[in-house]
Ligand binder design. Structure first.
Ligand SMILES: [Zn+2]
Length: 208
């Protein structure tokens, strides 16, 4: 019985989603990019916090509400400090929260660009043809699973489809047409490359 090469891919979207806003300066619907800064407004005990976006063409600003008329005593001091200092991790968490942005503005533009960090789980196995991948996502992405795998493993999308048809590629949770759907957090993949001429090259690409 052969062992399995287990690898975790941590996938970070590279470009934050952009709301499509009717720009009152340009006069037309334009994407607004995240300015990576919060605006904190304290009015007595009440605090409002916005994340600032800017029109890609004219730099006009749009304020996305993060906290609205919150009582200062209800906000953790560490949270307030993070907001006031534009803590990059905190900016990122909000900027890449596609669900919250979409619920606020309706129309958004998403980007499939990601960076992938590959981490070997356990020791390097000897001869094997079995690959187990698990995905950890730092934000949502519209990137399709087959495009991600094709780009990272050097397999064509038609070949990935053929492997799936033969049940040599399986996804967990088992979803219909998973290859054509966006990659999501917690997805796991098993790939059996026994007898494939480029088996070693594909397995190497999975973790290097
Ligand atoms: Zn504009």
């Amino acid at each position: 019985m052969s062992s399995t090469l287990s690898v975790r891919w941590t996938i970070a979207p590279a470009i934050a989603p952009r709301p499509l806003i009717n720009c009152n300066r340009c006069g037309g619907v334009k994407p607004y990019r995240c300015g990576e800064k919060f605006r904190v407004n304290a009015n007595g005990k009440r605090i409002d916090v916005w994340l600032i976006y800017r029109c890609v063409d004219c730099d006009n600003s749009w304020n996305r509400t993060i906290l609205e008329r919150c009582n200062r005593h209800d906000i953790e001091p560490a949270l307030l400090a993070a907001l006031e200092s534009n803590d990059p991790a905190f900016v990122r968490r909000h900027a890449f929260d596609t669900v919250a942005l979409r619920s606020r503005i309706g129309r958004i533009e998403e980007f499939p660009d990601v960076t992938v960090r590959k981490e070997l789980m356990g020791s390097e196995p000897g001869r094997t043809a079995a690959l187990a991948l698990e995905f950890q996502l730092e934000g949502t992405t519209p990137l399709r699973l087959d495009r991600l795998l094709a780009g990272e493993l050097g397999l064509s999308r038609s070949r990935l489809q053929a492997l799936e048809d033969r049940r040599r590629l399986t996804t967990q949770p088992d979803g219909a047409k998973a290859l054509r759907k966006p990659v999501r957090d917690g997805l796991a993949i098993r790939l059996d490359l026994a007898g494939e001429a480029d088996c070693n090259a594909v397995l190497l690409a999975a973790y290097r």
